[in-house]
Design a binder for this molecule. Structure first.
Ligand SMILES: Cc1cc2nc3c(=O)[nH]c(=O)nc-3n(C[C@H](O)[C@H](O)[C@H](O)COP(=O)(O)OP(=O)(O)OC[C@H]3O[C@@H](n4cnc5c(N)ncnc54)[C@H](O)[C@@H]3O)c2cc1C
Length: 364
């Protein structure tokens, strides 16, 4: 049996390890803190359509190809582990002023023109769907095919799936990609990937996010993902069984994951402008994580050497990108690349050549 080392046990590494083990690889996953990175922090939106914008064709096509794979991926995970992951079926982006309303029409025309269903709603239409939203909401854009998942349930499901498929877990940090005991290596260390392969153009982009718990008497959580822009800042509300996830700030701050007072203040103020009732919720958690970002908002999935495949750089869409990343990575390991993932070729940047792997050290 051929041996595979997966370096990094976030959602990407876990999903690759699970599916590789199922398809016959002997898999060992290295991570000192499985599921503790951006995948633990995330909101869970699967939103390539609502985030579409004219000119960003490749980002839209990559995201839509992964979204199309999500139902089968989730169904397979649930069949294997009993863990359901979806928490919402649709996404509703709302406009609070005329400039935002014009932007919604731009997105609807451009994304709709590429064959995806998007529906413009007036004030009455928005309130009919989500009555608890602020009265200042003047229009909406509904993406009926854009669901959301619970990222923490997903991590739990993926851990169980890995265990069932026989993936060996080693709670160790890798400091070189040599790993001589393995036939193939997949690098999936999220924002830390460039520490192991410095040529990869991956950098951390900090994001703060809140988890609000519903309390008796508080307005019910929305049924859909709600997205908006308030004072020029994007904000989103993702329903959970027990409340709402409110995200997210975005800063260039290196690997800093401290939660700032201003981050929490802005998120609460912006969320309250969209859903006034959230003041009654319990502020259950404030967290920050590092998005593994690239210069063009597409991931890096490709072969760097005859033994090394990378699956990283998923930025703010790593949850969305899981199913296509898994298919593409397994395709590379089998020598059969997946055409829909070609836009993620790491060689599209001149700096992404073979990594300089150190021959000393190993794992710690
Ligand atoms: C605030 C916030 C909100 C987000 N919301 C969404 C969203 O709504 N929808 C969406 O699609 N995406 C979202 N994302 C993005 C998404 O979370 C990431 O793209 C995704 O989690 C990346 O997964 P990953 O497995 O590559 O990285 P991570 O989850 O960060 O995992 C990397 C793992 O590698 C391990 N590791 C690092 N170095 C080493 C080493 N040397 N040896 C061994 N292991 C190592 C770490 O311990 C970690 O467990 C959000 C991100 C943030 C921060």
């Amino acid at each position: 049996m051929r041996t595979l080392a997966v370096v990094g046990g976030g959602a990407i590494g876990l999903a690759v390890a699970w599916r590789a083990a199922e398809s016959g690889w002997s898999v060992t996953l290295f991570d000192p803190a499985v599921g503790s990175g951006a995948s633990w922090v995330a909101g869970g939106m699967l939103a390539p359509l609502s985030e579409g914008w004219p000119g960003e064709d490749r980002v839209l096509e990559f995201g839509a190809a992964s979204l199309a794979r999500w139902p089968e991926f989730a169904q397979r995970l649930q069949a294997t582990t009993g863990v359901p992951v979806f928490v919402a079926d649709e996404t509703l982006t709302v406009a609070l002023d005329s400039a935002d309303a014009a932007d919604l029409r731009t997105v609807a025309d451009w994304v709709g023109g590429r064959g995806h269903e998007m529906r413009i709603l007036d004030r009455v239409g928005v309130r009919a769907l989500e009555p608890a939203l602020a009265r200042t909401v003047r229009a909406g854009l509904l993406a009926p095919a854009e669901p959301a998942i619970d990222n923490r349930r997903l991590l739990e499901g993926l851990r169980r799936a890995c265990a069932t498929a026989g993936v060996r877990m080693r709670a160790e940090s890798v400091d070189t990609l040599e790993l001589p005991d393995f036939d193939q290596i997949v690098l999936a260390a999220g924002a830390a990937s460039a520490r192991l392969a410095p040529e990869l153009p991956v950098r951390p982009v900090k994001g703060e996010i809140l988890r609000l718990r519903h309390r008796p008497g508080a307005a019910p959580a929305p049924r859909r993902v709600i997205r908006a822009r308030v004072h020029g800042r994007p904000v989103y509300l993702v329903p959970r069984g027990d409340g709402i996830v409110v995200g997210a700030t975005q800063y260039e701050a290196g690997f800093d994951t401290a939660v700032t007072v201003s981050g929490v203040r802005d998120l609460i103020a912006d969320a309250e402008a969209v859903l006034p009732g959230i003041g009654e919720y319990e502020l259950a958690e404030a967290t920050a994580g590092s998005r593994p970002s690239t210069p063009d908002n597409l991931p890096l999935i490709g072969r760097l050497t005859d033994r090394l495949v990378v699956a990283t750089g998923h930025g703010r869409n790593g949850m969305l990108a899981i199913p296509l990343t898994v298919d593409a990575t397994l395709g590379l390991l089998a020598g059969a690349p997946v055409a829909e993932a070609e836009a993620a070729d790491p060689h599209r940047f001149s700096t992404a050549t073979a990594p300089s792997v150190s021959s000393v050290g190993g794992v710690r």
